[in-house]
Design a protein around this ligand. Structure first.
Ligand code: FEO
Length: 405
């Protein structure tokens, strides 16, 4: 690769991870990128590093523009391993550089590196760094999505280096939103934004609203958003800000996602009549089979839909492990503004559907009770009940959805 200019004297020098599919347990079917940026100025400055296995890639990219030993400042916006773990290699080449980092970033980083060997400057919101022609303004964004997180605003170019915020896990030949839309589509880009938000940022909606308001209050004009993953928003940065604010406000489609797994197809047989009931109520419906779909995709579809029905067979009086894993992962993401119910087939004493409701209650989301259970293989009478259940649930979803208009 080579460095790619995003503005005169500012370059993307990151790495594309085409082959990764497992990102600390989060499936990323499109791969990802680790973006970092180099400002060539009187005092050359590197904004973020990359995952350690790509250290030599970013160094090679930097070398196409500047001698790494001339780097005078390194900004660490976020210490998570995918961004900070090649810091030691960078500092080997630029040992006199000053590292700019938040207080909490410093506390975390010292668990990975011996910081006594480097010059560190702890920064907070409002602090700046002048590199020559460029002025960098630091904005702390704690819990977006780690305690240490911050963003860096390049005043003269009106660029927000947004670290994980506004990013997408997506490996692509395109570096910019307009390029990506031309080569693929707007909907693929939007889908990648929602996927990232749902799987990483869902718990932090309130913080997102507060931080965006804070940035707006600072009166910062934003011409470009350059995140640490995926494409750079140079054509329409306001689009992704609006998407974030909408999601933080609880925006969802009037749709029911049926997310299920099945042992001997009893639960699966229930799906078609449930789906017909939902559609006859005028609500869209999607069906996602766990074990055939990455959990991250199921989480994204859950998040896109106002309502979800979770289907599970009963195994040893419990949910199927795939369903339990999905709900466990979902609970950690603290979903809000969504409504759920459950259904499933059982053979002996039942228990799967009951367990699903137990999980829902821990999440504190809207619940439609009771769920629907059928014994072994659903009869035609059971299928009628499924249809009615789907219709009833879709009616509740419509009612709940109207609150958000
Ligand atoms: Fe891309 Fe929170 O690291």
């Amino acid at each position: 690769m080579r460095a790619i200019p995003i503005r005169p004297d500012i370059y993307w020098v990151g790495a594309i991870d085409w082959g990764i599919r497992d990102f600390h347990g989060y499936e990323i079917p499109r791969g990802t990128t680790y973006n970092n940026y180099l400002i060539v100025d009187d005092e050359t400055t590197l904004l973020d590093t990359v995952k350690y296995i790509f250290a030599e890639t970013t160094i090679r990219n930097i070398k196409t523009i500047a001698d790494p030993s001339t780097i005078r400042h390194v900004v660490i916006n976020h210490i998570e391993n995918d961004h900070a773990t090649s810091l030691d290699r960078i500092m080997e080449l630029a040992p006199k550089a000053t590292i700019h980092i938040t207080e909490r970033g410093k506390k975390g980083l010292e668990r990975f590196f011996d910081l006594s060997q480097w010059d560190l400057r702890v920064v907070k919101t409002g602090d700046t760094l002048t590199t020559g022609k460029h002025t960098l303004l630091f904005i702390e964004t704690p819990m977006l999505h780690w305690p240490d997180s911050m963003m860096t605003y390049i005043k003269e170019e009106k660029i927000l280096i947004s670290q994980d915020g506004f990013g997408q896990h997506m490996a692509s030949a395109a570096r910019f939103d307009d390029e990506f839309i031309q080569s693929e589509s707007v909907s693929a880009l939007e889908d990648a934004v929602v996927d990232y938000y749902a799987n990483i940022l869902m718990p932090f909606g309130q913080i997102i609203k507060t931080k965006v308001a804070e940035i707006q209050k600072l009166g910062l004009e934003i011409d470009m958003i350059a995140p640490d993953h995926g494409i750079i928003w140079r054509e329409d940065p306001q689009k992704v800000i609006k998407m974030y604010l909408d999601m933080a406000e609880g925006k969802a489609d009037l749709c029911v996602s049926i997310i299920y797994d099945t042992m001997w197809h009893g639960t699966e047989i229930m799906i078609n009549p449930i789906m017909e009931g939902i559609k006859d109520e005028g609500v869209e419906c999607k069906v996602i089979k766990l074990r055939a779909t990455p959990i991250s995709v199921a989480i994204k579809e859950f998040w896109k839909s106002r309502g979800s029905l979770i289907g599970t067979s009963t195994l040893n009086n419990l949910m199927l492990p795939s369903v339990a894993r999905f709900l466990y992962q979902l609970r950690g993401l603290r979903p809000k503004n969504r409504i759920v119910g459950a259904f499933g087939a059982y053979g002996w004493g039942g228990g799967g559907v009951k367990e699903a409701y137990e999980e829902f209650k821990k999440m504190g989301i809207e619940i439609v009770e009771p769920g629907l259970q059928t014994l072994y293989r659903p009869s035609s009478e059971d299928e009628s009940k499924c249809y009615d259940f789907g219709k009833m649930f879709a009616g509740k979803v419509k009612e709940y959805h109207s609150i958000f208009r």
